[in-house]
Design a protein around this ligand. Structure first.
Ligand code: MN
Length: 513
């Protein structure tokens, strides 16, 4: 990647003055890194430019792109943060600082990080600790992606370590941010270094199978295309090939039996409106026999990272099994680029909303995770001790979506209990929780919620938080709010008041003597 090429790629997306700033940043970084080489023998500057190029492709705002160009200057050159702030402003300096902190802390813990679970936890905590601006993490993802693509120049043991960390930490984070394309890129690269033999074996199997089915699939595709044209539905149909890593994961689930995998290649139909998605689904089901258990409506009930599509698997008259994914262009864009896409299009709104920590429910549901991440980040920075277990619940575990009776969507960790939902809606509502109705039926306090549940909190003025509620909440958010209320009610004592009592007793004793 060279300066001229990067500027050309940036040209369609940014204003004149922003492009000038970009050129300025490139010149600054080029000078700072002059004489430095990558392990590949390339000039070092090729790396930050490649990182910036990814950020442009992902639709990030100009500050992130500038920070991408400058991301290694403070750590690896004579450039200082003050200089960057003076030249490129506070926001860019803040982002560069965040990225620098991640790499520094990683370098510092290298020795104690030989034991993998620890690596994962430390790095997770670290990412969260700097995660007060999610753009830092997105820049880090671009950095990691380029380092993976040049990993062959590193020594073997480093390759394994970086590849493993990528699969354990970076890919799940990309997934959580809804950045599907980046997740797949990271997984494919990392897996190819971690288990090159298996990677090659599966790639070969894939090639053979696909060779056989591509022609048959072509016939299905033109049949479908003709039918959609007949019904005047504007569409684009593409073949989607399963990634090698996701094939590997799926094979593990089905004991290695390739014949149990139906979606090696799927057909993806992209249409203009949501209504068209359902019309296409209806047409497919009249043309072919659907496999009932494999119909999924991720439009009505999106995946917790915001992914939307209709999925169906059908059997053609010639007994071929074909999976279809049906979505609008907007849904497609979101599935591929996720949160990053948001920064460019409604950059102002999204950034301000989460910086100001607006009320959680006013954010799009997939952004609620970010707010929770920032919450935890603040606590970690305040040296609060949060257990790995709790982190896994709050941040890294699977997520579910539940609905209020009004249809508002709330994003909670899997295993969340009704009180967790209530505290997320509002702590005053939770405070007076008397019972819960889930999908219209009475639901006990200790029974976890499921994805798609409609949850109603039945309140009574006379109800108030009880001590045993502490076993009936899972999220850090709910635990904190509850503890505060219990203290206010005098149900549990605060440390300070306990200390006061001890002190009072001590003084009394003194008086006596
Ligand atoms: Mn870097």
């Amino acid at each position: 990647m060279r300066k001229k090429e990067l500027l050309e790629n940036a040209h369609p997306y940014y204003e004149e003055d922003q492009l000038l700033e970009l050129e300025h940043a490139i010149d600054f970084a080029t000078k700072a890194h002059s004489g430095q080489k990558r392990k590949s023998g390339d000039n070092y500057i090729s790396h930050p430019l490649a990182v910036a190029d990814s950020l442009i492709q992902w639709g990030m705002d100009i500050d992130s792109v500038l920070a991408g160009v400058l991301h290694d200057t403070v750590e690896d050159t004579d450039a200082t943060l003050d200089e960057i702030e003076a030249l490129f402003g506070h926001d860019v300096a803040f982002l560069v600082d965040g990225v620098t902190k991640v790499s520094k802390a990683r370098a510092g813990m290298q020795d104690l990080a030989n034991y993998l679970p620890q690596t994962k936890d430390n790095l997770s905590k670290l990412l969260i600790a700097v995660g007060q601006d999610v753009r830092v993490i997105i820049i880090k993802l671009a950095d990691r992606l380029h380092n993976l693509s040049t990993l062959q120049y590193m020594p073997k043991d480093k390759q394994i370590k970086i590849a493993r960390e990528s699969l354990e930490v970076f890919a799940p984070i990309a997934d959580r941010l809804g950045m599907g394309r980046v997740r797949v890129q990271i997984e494919e690269l990392a897996f190819s270094f971690l288990d090159p033999i298996e990677y090659r074996r599966l790639t070969n199997i894939m090639k053979k199978r696909l060779g056989k089915s591509t022609r048959k699939l072509g016939i299905v595709r033109s049949e479908v295309n003709a039918e959609l044209t007949k019904h005047k539905i504007k569409s684009e149909i593409n073949g989607r090939v399963k990634s090698v890593y996701s094939l590997y994961c799926k094979l593990k689930k089905v004991d290695g039996n390739m014949d149990d995998i139906y979606d090696l290649m799927a057909l993806r139909i992209i249409v203009e409106t949501k209504e068209d998605c359902y019309r296409v689904l209806g047409l497919l089901h009249t043309m072919y026999q659907p496999m009932i258990t494999r119909i999924k409506d991720y439009i009505a009930v999106p995946k917790p990272n915001g992914y939307q599509s209709l999925h169906t698997t059908v059997i053609t008259p010639s007994k071929q099994i074909v999976e279809f994914q049906i979505r609008t262009y907007a849904m497609h864009e979101h599935a591929e680029r996720g949160l990053a896409a948001g920064f460019h299009y409604h950059e102002q709104k999204v950034t301000k909303n989460y910086v100001k920590k607006k009320r959680v429910s006013s954010l799009p549901a997939q952004m609620q995770w970010i707010t929770q991440l920032q919450d935890i980040a603040t606590r970690l920075r305040n040296n609060e001790d949060i257990s790995t277990e709790q982190l896994n619940i709050d941040i890294f575990g699977k997520r579910i979506f539940v609905y209020s009776p009004k249809g508002d969507i709330y994003n909670l960790p899997e295993g969340a209990l009704p009180l967790d939902f209530a505290y997320m809606v509002h702590s005053d509502i939770a405070k007076h929780a008397y019972s819960f109705r889930v999908n219209g039926k009475i639901h006990p306090f200790d029974k976890p919620l499921n994805n798609g549940d409609v949850v109603e909190v039945v309140t009574r003025k006379i109800s108030s938080p009880k001590q045993d509620w502490q076993d009936l909440v899972k999220t850090t958010h709910a635990k904190q709010k509850l503890r505060l209320q219990l203290k206010q009610l005098g149900v549990i004592e605060t440390i300070t008041s306990a200390a006061k009592i001890i002190r009072r007793k001590a003084t009394k004793r003194k008086d006596k003597s």
